[in-house]
Design a protein around this ligand. Structure first.
Ligand code: MN
Length: 350
């Protein structure tokens, strides 16, 4: 096959030679041959498709490492990966939009927030395999929280983490919401550390903690660990938290796909949790719009029940109570390998 000069190839794929040189340096598109004398890059006509894919993914804003991963996949898996990436971008953008509008209100002194309330249910279940239940949940008028204890000392720790947040189930001014949440998680972390110092164990013990607090028409979110928060809005399901697992870091770097992660042997290895050491929680603000439904759940649910099934339950069940019951049923129908706790909360006009 006749090789193309970088100029001819650039014209064929409508990219600049400069962009092609960059892709080469980044390992995204290696020329078919580099002339040893002149150093000129030469491309094969069958590299056109890949060059176009790289260009589109760059335009989409996908990180380079992840683009490299997508290029290695067959088209069906690549499509799934692009879909997963975009769902995450939309969720992250929604959180930033919410923070931006909050700042605009604060700075301009306007308050056009509408008051909403929550209609909620919480359900926990030991599952079919574990000998105790170390998952704890809480749902109240303003506070929603789940915690997943792990290790020999996990059981009291998840309850302690939830207790440390209990004081947040009250009216907190929107301007103080995120700082208050950060303080509460710090207190929870201190309680865990003190307990582990007084009751040392060989096995690493700790708890995850994921919570939302309603203030006006905003929900403050604090998150450490691998429980998840999903938002069902307009029939679609958005995951609005990132798992603090080693596997999730590999996905972010493009070294593992979402599909591969499901069966990864170390999928539950946490990189962040309350386990006696300093920890930086994720903090975010979300708009609470009437009609929104939030799900907070531990990994006992989301590693067992596929997201599409979760979505079906959340969009089809009218009552939060019934939705939590069906979600726990699905986790147990999937073998119930772990404890599970889930909180479902509907945003309703006040
Ligand atoms: Mn668990």
């Amino acid at each position: 096959m006749e090789l193309l000069t970088i100029g001819a190839f650039a014209r064929a794929v409508r990219l600049s030679p400069k962009a092609l040189r960059l892709y080469d340096e980044l390992g995204l598109l290696t020329p078919a041959r580099v002339d040893p004398l002149s150093g000129y890059r030469l491309y094969s006509p069958d590299q056109v498709e890949r060059a176009r894919l790289v260009a589109w993914l760059r335009r989409l804003g996908m990180p380079l490492a992840r683009i490299r991963g997508v290029c290695e996949l067959d088209p069906a898996d690549a499509a799934a990966e692009v879909r997963a990436y975009w769902a995450q971008v939309e969720a992250d953008t929604a959180a930033r939009r919410s923070l931006a509008s909050f700042l605009v209100e604060q700075l301009s002194g306007e308050d056009n927030t509408m008051t909403v309330t929550l209609k909620y249910a919480v359900r926990t279940d030991q599952g079919l395999v574990r000998e105790s239940n170390q998952d704890v949940g809480y749902a109240g008028e303003r506070l929603l929280a789940v915690a997943d204890g792990f290790g020999a000392r996990g059981e009291p720790l998840s309850a302690m983490a939830i207790d440390a947040l209990a004081g947040l189930d009250t009216a907190i001014p929107a301007g103080e919401l995120l700082n208050t949440l950060a303080d509460a998680v710090r207190q929870a972390g201190t309680a865990v550390r003190e307990y582990l110092t007084a009751n040392p164990a060989d096995e690493c013990s700790g708890t995850t903690l994921t919570a939302m607090v309603l203030s006006g028409s905003r929900l403050g979110l604090v998150h450490v660990g691998d429980a998840r928060v999903y938002l069902a809005r307009g029939g679609r399901l958005f995951r609005i938290t990132h798992d603090h697992t080693a596997v999730q870091s590999l996905i972010a770097e493009g070294r593992l796909t979402e599909e591969e992660a499901v069966s990864h042997p170390q999928r539950s290895l946490l990189v962040r949790a309350l386990h006696g050491k300093a920890v930086e929680p994720d903090l975010a603000l979300h708009d609470a719009l009437p009609g929104d439904r939030y799900l907070l759940c531990t990994d006992g649910l989301h590693t067992v029940v596929p997201e599409e099934r979760v979505r079906e339950v959340l969009v089809s069940e009218d009552e939060p109570e019934e939705a939590t019951r069906r979600l726990v049923e699905l986790a147990n129908a999937g073998g119930g390998p772990d404890n599970v706790v889930c909180v479902v909360a509907d945003v309703v006009p006040a």
